[in-house]
Ligand binder design. Structure first.
Ligand SMILES: Cc1cc2nc3c(=O)[nH]c(=O)nc-3n(C[C@H](O)[C@H](O)[C@H](O)COP(=O)(O)OP(=O)(O)OC[C@H]3O[C@@H](n4cnc5c(N)ncnc54)[C@H](O)[C@@H]3O)c2cc1C
Length: 491
């Protein structure tokens, strides 16, 4: 039997839970189900279990627009975020819509039927079942859940200690009084180093090249002041907007005046670590926001370095040895535990195989539409957050837009909506314009973005509010009642 829903949402992380809330409040006459591949909700915030796991953006913008974040810490730990997601689900009855252990493998669109047939692997026995829906909303995140990214390190098999990837943190890892080397300089590495340094004999952060690291207080003094004086929803909304606008201001100034911004960021680091350390280990060759900045709460990383509990080495790995890591400079780093904080393997649409009327769709051949849909792919949206601001800001807008589309289709009595370029000449640029290795490695498999709206990703919340809440819904969107044919991308 094929179970049918108006909307199938894939994934029960932040985006999927937000999608459920929007659907049931704004499209209450439509049925929906959330199919979650894992045995738990929460996505990222359930999967990652490494010491110190936390957000690196503030919870006033990473939280949902409809549910105030009331805890004191603005930069929150993973378990608190997971508890917030769980509470949101239960409060709104979204938990009753979730089917755990339902991993989506493929989705086939039939134009005559105007519906997707979704092939799912269910339960530990991996039983195959099918669902059908009129609209498919992918909330499956942006990376491969099965494996993280780790380069091949020569001699890794000779290392006598343990090698751990942060995506699969072993419960039984005891690093108390051990020598730890954390390879990497991204958000995960800067989180792990001060946290592990609390118990380890010593932690070395081994990086190939420096990253911009910015310290911010974990508690937001303005937010706490407002929370004492205003009702929770009002205070939350005000702090959310304060942080959105400050973030946008900081980002745009940084892009406009990179040299000044670089000097300011390095100056903040120098206040903690001094000239020499910052010149050697915290001065990237690229401009701020060419890659993601790393945020550390309450200067915890700098504190661990100053106390001597941790240190930074900027060098290249020659090979792993039985007792640690030999560097290209000839230096040896002794280690009992090596953590490869070398990143994620980016993956869009969770590797789900899409086809339209029997023809396989290659997402890399399509063009992003409003940061959520794709040219010539009907009745499908994807929640994908900002790279320069909190993910949920964009995910919330995406959910709102999906509801607008669904209600428009109902009101007009049509069953299909398809973004169409319709032959307009368009310069194509990569989906993300970061220079980080984990981004550039994946971009050839991602859809492209265009050079102008609605095909361009703005990475700007206020622009997106205007476009998605108030902009025309007919903008390059074909509403139709299906007839076979016209399923390919217009050249
Ligand atoms: C360690 C870490 C820290 C982060 N910190 C921040 C931060 O501070 N601020 C920020 O804005 N962003 C941060 N991010 C990005 C973060 O992933 C997003 O903010 C947010 O959690 C994404 O939510 P999501 O629901 O879209 O995706 P995810 O959290 O990845 O959830 C996707 C869900 O979809 C499920 N799924 C995937 N494929 C399938 C399938 N085929 N079938 C069924 N289910 C499937 C997964 O099992 C998962 O439950 C961080 C990411 C990581 C890895």
């Amino acid at each position: 039997m094929v179970e049918h829903f108006d909307v199938v949402v894939v994934g029960a992380g932040i985006s999927g839970i937000g999608a459920g809330y929007h659907l049931q409040t704004r499209c209450p006459d439509r049925s929906y189900v959330i199919l979650e591949g894992r045995e738990a909700i929460g996505g990222t915030w359930d999967l990652f279990r490494y010491p110190g796991i936390r957000s690196d953006s503030d919870m006033y913008t990473l939280g949902f627009g409809f549910k105030p974040w009331t805890a004191a810490k603005a930069i929150a730990d993973g378990p608190s975020i997971l508890a917030y997601l769980d509470e949101t689900m239960r409060e709104n009855g979204i938990d009753r819509k979730v089917r755990l252990h339902h991993r989506v493998l493929s989705a086939k669109w039939s134009t005559p039927d105007a519906r997707w047939t979704v092939e799912v692997e269910r339960g530990p026995e991996r039983e195959r079942v099918q669902f059908s829906c009129n609209f498919l909303h992918l909330c499956s995140g942006y990376y491969n859940y099965e494996r993280g990214y780790s380069p091949e390190f020569a001699g890794a098999d000779t290392f006598a200690g343990r090698i751990v990837h942060p995506q699969f943190w072993p419960n039984d890892l005891d690093y108390a009084d051990k020598r730890v080397v954390v390879i990497g300089s991204g958000a995960t590495a800067v989180t792990l180093v001060p946290e592990m340094a609390k118990q380890a004999a010593h932690v070395t952060m081994l990086q190939r090249s420096p990253t911009y690291v910015v310290s911010r207080p974990s508690e937001d003094a303005v937010a706490e002041w407002l929370k004492r004086r205003l009702p929770p929803k009002v205070a939350y909304g005000a702090v959310r907007w304060k942080n959105v606008l400050l973030g946008q201001f900081f980002f745009s100034r940084t892009r406009k005046y990179p040299a000044k911004a670089k000097e300011r960021i390095l100056g903040w680091a120098r206040d903690h670590l001094g000239e020499e350390t910052v010149a050697k280990h915290f001065t990237p060759t690229y401009n701020p926001w060419d890659q993601r900045l790393c945020l550390v709460p309450d200067a915890d990383l700098f504190g661990a370095l100053k106390r001597g509990d941790a240190s930074v080495v900027t060098d290249h790995i020659d090979r792993f040895t039985p007792t640690g890591i030999r560097l290209k400079s000839g230096e040896e780093l002794p280690a009992d535990v090596i953590v490869t904080a070398t990143g994620l393997e980016l993956q869009l649409m969770a590797g789900i195989e899409l086809s339209i009327d029997g023809t396989r769709v290659d997402p890399a051949q399509s063009l992003n539409y409003k940061g959520m849909m794709f040219s010539d792919i009907p009745n499908l949206a994807l929640s994908f957050g900002y790279t320069n601001a909190s993910w949920t800001l964009k995910a919330d807008l995406t959910c709102g837009y999906v509801c607008r589309l669904l209600n428009t289709m109902r009101d007009r009595g049509v069953r299909q909506c398809t973004p169409r370029l319709d032959g307009e000449p368009m310069e194509e640029v990569p989906f993300l314009d970061f220079t980080s290795g984990y981004v550039t490695r994946a971009m050839d498999k991602f859809p492209k973005q265009g050079s102008k709206a609605p095909w361009k990703l703005h990475q700007n919340y206020t622009k997106d509010i205007i476009a998605l809440k108030y902009g025309s819904i007919d903008d390059h969107m074909e509403f139709s009642n299906p007839e076979p044919g016209r399923t390919k991308r217009a050249a």
